[in-house]
Design a protein around this ligand. Structure first.
Ligand SMILES: Nc1nc2c(ncn2[C@@H]2O[C@H](COP(=O)(O)OP(=O)(O)OP(=O)(O)O)[C@@H](O)[C@H]2O)c(=O)[nH]1
Ligand SMILES: [Mg+2]
Length: 349
């Protein structure tokens, strides 16, 4: 299962966001380092296509795809050198596939900010710097190892050494390793290094959206992949029924966050539908049909013969699998077919 780590300065609302997302009751308190051990929870990826297909097929159940969120301890300046909870929770970040960085954008003098001022840009810089410093340590170790190996005329090690040195230059310049664009071939030589700043990242700007926070507007122009969320409101919403929320005219923005997380992870969804169930399956973008099949069963990749494929819209238009076949909108695809988001697939094995 893919994991998204909720990362940020202490006391910015990470656990409150986690609680709203997962409905898991967790410790939330107005003091830094309230969270120490990570909280883990599973969140369903919203997908309106599932209900529609399930209705068409008369499915007994719907199985959505899910993403796991991990609420991690707050990070402070000096963490890479062991400040705060230091390396311990940097290692928790190592275990996630993507990072959701929560940034405080709300004003409230009662809620402690570890730097005593609301400054999203500077907060992002503090967090990114710690991730970068941790990565510098990692690449330094690798450079030392590769230098030994390269001395023995090891050509591959020499090439890897060159790449790792380029990565170090980027990090030394205060940039994330992901900013260095590597070819597939170069990346394959160094991918096992597991850098924190290679992980896809999105920003959750915790801001009072309804009050039109200026921080919100400013940051949105500056950072890609920013989702503004009023975390406190989301916490309240998560405790209400849909009707109650509607009555109060409150609307959640969490779906946008979940979908964005899914997007930065480079994932797409394909679907299966029948009387038993309508189900969403997660695969990496650019997966072939047999690779996609392995999401259902590991055997499917090896035993793949062909796949019947149709886009979910075309299938709904046709009204059933049989009439799609008659209409000729159902296609038969071979092992080289690249699965598209929203494909409904029946595998032949
Ligand atoms: N006013 C306001 N308060 C918030 C908001 N989000 C969180 N808080 C409050 O801020 C305090 C800290 O929230 P937490 O969710 O525990 O913060 P955290 O980031 O998990 O903190 P650590 O685990 O200590 O790193 C709590 O008192 C929350 O109720 C918000 O959007 N508005
Ligand atoms: Mg917390």
């Amino acid at each position: 299962m893919l994991r998204v780590g909720i990362v940020g300065l202490p006391n910015v609302g990470k656990s409150t966001l986690f609680k709203a997302l997962t409905k898991n009751p967790v410790d939330i308190a107005n003091y830094p380092f309230c969270t120490i051990e990570p909280n883990v929870g599973v969140v369903r990826v919203p997908d309106e296509r599932l209900e529609k297909l399930a209705k068409m097929s008369g499915s007994a159940k719907i199985v959505p795809t899910v993403v796991e969120f991990v609420d991690i301890a707050g990070l402070v300046r000096g963490a890479a050198e062991g400040e705060g909870l230091g390396n311990k929770f940097l290692s928790h970040i190592r275990e996630v596939d993507a990072i959701a960085q929560v940034v405080r954008g709300f004003e409230n003098s009662d809620i402690t900010h570890v730097h005593n001022k609301i400054d999203p840009e500077s907060d992002v810089e503090v967090i990114n710097t710690e991730l970068i410093l941790a990565d510098i340590e990692t690449v330094q170790k690798r450079i030392a190892r590769l230098e030994k190996e390269a001395r023995g005329q090891d050509k591959v090690a020499a090439k890897a050494l060159e790449i790792v040195k380029n990565i170090k230059n980027i990090l030394d310049g205060g940039k994330l390793a992901s900013e260095l664009k590597l070819s597939e071939e170069d990346f394959s030589l160094v991918r096992d290094i597991q850098l924190l700043t290679w992980k896809p990242m999105l920003f959750v700007l915790n801001t009072n959206i309804s009050e039109g926070s200026t921080f919100g507007d400013r940051r949105l122009n500056l950072l890609e992949n920013t989702v503004p969320i009023d975390v406190k409101i989301e916490e309240e919403l998560s405790e209400m029924s849909v009707e109650e929320a509607k009555e109060l005219g409150m609307k959640s923005n969490l779906d946008q966050l979940i979908l964005k997380a899914y997007e930065i992870l480079g994932l797409i969804t394909f679907l299966t539908t029948g009387p038993d169930e309508t189900r969403a399956w997660t695969v990496k973008k650019n997966s072939s049909a047999p690779q996609a099949g392995s999401a259902i069963h590991t055997d499917f990749e090896e035993k793949f013969i062909r796949a019947d494929v149709i886009s979910w819209e075309k299938l709904l238009e046709a009204g059933s699998w049989a009439s799609a076949r008659e209409l000729g909108t159902l296609r038969t695809e071979g092992k080289d077919y690249i699965v598209q988001d929203g494909d409904v697939i029946e595998f032949k094995i």
